[in-house]
Design a protein. Structure first.
Length: 194
């Protein structure tokens, strides 16, 4: 303990049920001990990922204390006015990638982006948000079996995220950018007390 604060700040709980996300984040935060903390939290109906993340992290702080983070992400398709966006999980579990491709079947405008928001709560209950975004296109068919979720239909630089390795995806993805921002914050704020 230092000034009443647990100085082992390099041990963090990542609240998620998604192993694909967990491995991506764990690889980027290799200097830290990351524990998968699969406890679930309410995801409110809101139009912004930030609002969903803030509500979730406050709930988690009340239930489990600090030193934890969550990550909320979504796929936003221009021609569908941002759908599935905050409903990405629901869309993935119901219509899936095939359903998304069907919605865009005769569509030439296939622009889409992934967005990621990380909400972190420290030992004292202070909350910080970090974000990342990657712009790409929806493919015409599912390609590749790497990654998870929408990866086989998200085209970036001529290949889908389903065709590239985890390390490659981490260099260009929404989550990669958000986690690197988070890492910079952790390195600046906590490394010196270890
Ligand atoms: P949590 O337990 O962490 O909430 P989740 O899978 O429900 O896991 P999200 O709500 O953040 O995560 O994700 C919404 C949906 O978007 C979900 O179906 C994911 O599979 C999908 N998704 C998120 N990031 C993705 C990525 O990098 N590549 C492909 N699909 C992704």
């Amino acid at each position: 303990m230092k000034n009443g604060v647990d100085i082992n700040m390099n041990r963090l709980r990542f609240v998620t049920s998604n192993k694909g996300k967990f491995y991506e984040v764990k690889s980027l935060l290799a200097d830290y001990e990351i524990e998968m903390f699969n406890v679930g939290y309410p995801e409110i109906q809101a139009s912004d990922l930030e609002d969903v993340a803030c509500y979730g992290i406050r709930y988690l702080w009340n239930e489990y204390g600090g030193n934890l983070f969550l990550e909320d992400s979504g796929l936003f398709i221009h021609k569908l006015n941002g759908f599935p966006g905050v409903f990405s999980s629901y869309a993935q579990n119901t219509i899936g990638n095939r359903g998304i491709l069907k919605l865009l079947s005769d569509e030439k405008d296939r622009r889409a982006y992934f967005k990621s928001v990380i909400a972190y709560c420290d030992e004292k209950g202070s909350i910080k948000l970090f974000g990342g975004r990657v712009d790409g296109f929806i493919s015409y068919e599912e390609v590749g079996d790497e990654g998870f979720g929408f990866d086989p239909i998200f085209l970036y630089d001529g290949r889908t995220f389903g065709e590239i390795s985890l390390d490659d995806k981490n260099k260009k993805s929404h989550r990669g950018f958000a986690v690197n921002e988070f890492k910079r914050y952790l390195d600046n704020n906590f490394k010196e007390v270890l």
